[in-house]
Write a protein that binds this ligand. Sequence first.
Ligand code: HEM
Length: 318
Amino acid sequence: MFRPSLLVVGLAAVSLPAVAEDSFDVEGGFAAFENLFGVTEGMRRNHTKGFCVEGVLTPEDSAILEFSNSPMFKGASSVIARVSHKGGKSAPADDKYGLLGLSMQILTSDDDLHVIAMNTEHFFPVSNSEAFIELLRAKSSGGESVKAFAIANPSLRKYSEYHGGLDKTLRPYEGTKFFSVNSFLLVNEAGEETAIRFDFRPSGEEGIVVPTHPNFFLENIQANIANGGVSWDMVITLANPGDVVDDPSVQWTGTHTEIVAARFTAKTAMAENDGQCDEINYDPLILSQGFAPSGDPMLEARSQIYAHGISQRLSEKE
Ligand code: HEM
């Protein structure tokens, strides 16, 4: 397993920033979230509102084994997931369309750990972590600063045009598709590497089945689980030659090979206080054998800021 540096606290995997990345200011970046959204003590500063979902990940198409020898694709793994609203506000409304997140800590049958943290954006507004923090700061300063930022960062306009054109129908987590955004590498038995992105697609048509109100998402997924099942297919997209791998603001377009590698089936869902997800650090650099980080430096920045976040919020609970 690739783990940046790992301290395991019960089921909570906490990665600590062992090697400081020269360019990324972790504390300054963290403060940018706090300035924009405010501070909800003891809670995450981004993706603040969420709840836990537990279930199982099972292999699907064995074609993936040609590219990766991850144990995730060889047998059933247990999953502690967290679904969330993107952003650091403490109480975004479930009954209004917004961007969402799905994170998973996957424990394979041979005790390998794999972490995934996705959101509903198809690609990122900016190409690197420094620019993202600058964007948060511009948002805190107001409309003129964001306009100036957009002029200096043309990727933001592409992002806004594309995402502005997407269907904004209100859907529950279990009816929503989530994207890796950053790229990773698959590694096979022979050590050969293949660049990939992936997404999780609802396997069924699970929709809204309870009366909507600002906090209906948990009841809704519980009802859908009781009604016969909630699951997502993990679809892995292999990079074509020439695809930009290390910049998450560049979309992969055109025809690609896709492999339905696994399926995540939710078994139960519960509030954070009643589940195990609150204490998990969903660090995207905790990877099982058969995976490796791509050269995208945003992964390292995410790993560092998430480690800072978990130590901060757990210390606030003491
Ligand atoms: C430079 C880019 C990014 C920064 C600075 C950043 C920052 C953060 C921070 C500060 C948190 C809260 C962590 C905590 O306190 O535990 C967070 C959570 C999260 N981020 Fe990011 N993020 C970035 C990129 C991304 C991308 C590209 C995705 C998705 C593809 C993503 C998905 C998530 C998710 C799903 C969570 C919630 C995880 C959970 O439930 O614990 N982030 N992010």
